[in-house]
Design a protein around this ligand. Structure first.
Ligand code: V47
Length: 367
């Protein structure tokens, strides 16, 4: 950053912390709080963009994927959920045969499947293992990212074994990675309110730690824009950073913006665009050990996603192919989410960047 730009953008009280970030040094909790309380979105964006470009150059990664949501029947009562059967009024559960058909009919060029859904009261470990096996059978090449830590925790409790044992068996069946769902916000006082009956921060992190140690990598998420404050957001991000120091197993961090329709938190106003920019930028600045900040566009909308490319985002999930309902029900703009390659390209060019189709290891796929 030139001296002239610094004078314009950096208030005196932030000059030390900004200097640290510009030199590639890690900032701590107090410095992060000071930064977020004072810095303009413009300054946060510049800092995040610098880090983003050092890690990922001009690339905007995207993945050709589809989702399978095996059921919306769920034992949990998360207040933000618009997907659970009692709320939608139409319970469904896919049989293994139906799932086989979905996978057989999926676009052969899709490289990744993302599987997550309700925690069904009657499904046991055998079902979850058979599901992974059958996908492996139909598409040996497909990257299988399946079952959030909450689902793994449920399988472990039901089977009466440690989560690590579940992960060993799922890996043996063909599981490649865990999605980041279920993190919500780690602060226990908020979990008590928004998702009282599911595994806590320690449980979520322990499952990701076990997975990483078994060679199953994963993503981490944070649900933001509801009751949480900046202290709670920063503590959440720093817990992810601490575990990443230990294992290195997180591929991406995904801030998930709370959407308010059709759930028990509809009285909350959704956060502003400026808040989105600040959350993504501070995530990029703090997570110096996580390579990718992902925007999950079906919930953010395409224009906000395009803007976030300038605030730390290097990865956009994904082509999706109209296969997820979790967000359309909660009020996301995209009712039938599909993003075409042409759209990824236009969005990236709009930010002076290049859209690159990736595999799960963030290597370019040349078609
Ligand atoms: O844990 C549910 C969130 C998550 C709402 O790992 C909501 O690549 C906003 O984790 N408003 C599940 N958010 C989805 C998820 C995910 C998505 C995309 C990619 C990856 C990945 C993971 O969805 C839940 C919860 O935090 N969520 N309801 C809502 N009303």
């Amino acid at each position: 950053m030139t001296e002239e730009l610094k004078k314009m953008l950096v208030p005196d009280e932030l000059s030390a912390v900004v200097e640290k970030i510009l030199q590639g040094k890690r900032i701590d909790r107090e410095e992060a709080l000071q930064l977020i309380k004072i810095a303009s979105p413009g300054l946060l964006g510049l800092l995040a963009d610098k880090i983003r470009s050092e890690k990922n150059g001009a690339y905007v990664w995207y993945v050709h994927n589809f989702h399978i949501e095996p059921t919306n029947i769920c034992i949990h009562r998360c207040k933000f959920c618009a997907f659970r059967s009692e709320i939608t009024g139409d319970a469904w559960e896919l049989s293994l045969e139906e799932i086989r058909e979905i996978v057989s009919n999926a676009d052969r060029s899709a490289g990744e499947v993302h599987i997550t859904g309700g925690v069904h009261p009657d499904r046991d470990l055998e079902y979850y293992i058979r599901l992974i096996r059958l996908i492996r059978e139909v598409r040996p090449d497909l990257h299988i990212k399946a079952y959030s830590a909450v689902e793994i925790d449920d399988m472990a409790q039901r089977a009466g074994v440690a989560p690590r044992e579940i992960l060993v068996q799922l890996k043996e069946a063909g599981l490649d990675a865990l999605p980041g769902g279920g993190a919500e916000i780690f602060a226990p006082e908020l979990r008590k309110v928004i998702c009282p009956d599911k595994t806590d921060a320690a449980g979520y992190l322990a499952i990701h730690r076990d997975a990483h140690k078994l060679g199953i990598f994963s993503n981490a998420t944070m649900l933001y824009g509801h009751f949480e404050n900046w202290e709670q957001r920063i503590d959440h991000i720093l817990k992810v950073r601490d575990l990443q120091d230990e294992t290195g197993g997180f591929k991406a961090f995904i801030p998930l913006k709370f959407r308010r329709m059709n759930n028990s938190m509809s009285e909350i106003e959704e956060g502003s665009l400026v808040d989105d920019l600040r959350v993504f930028a501070i995530s990029r600045i703090l997570l110096d050990n996580v390579d990718h900040i992902k925007a999950y566009w079906p919930m953010l909308g395409k224009s906000v996603t395009g803007l976030l490319l300038g605030f730390g985002v290097d990865d956009i999930d994904g082509t999706i192919n109209d296969s997820t309902q979790i967000y359309s029900r909660a009020g996301a703009e995209e009712k039938n989410p599909v993003m075409t390659v042409t759209e990824f390209e236009a969005m990236s060019v709009g930010q002076g960047r290049k859209a690159v189709l990736r595999n799960a290891d963030y290597q370019e796929i040349v078609l």
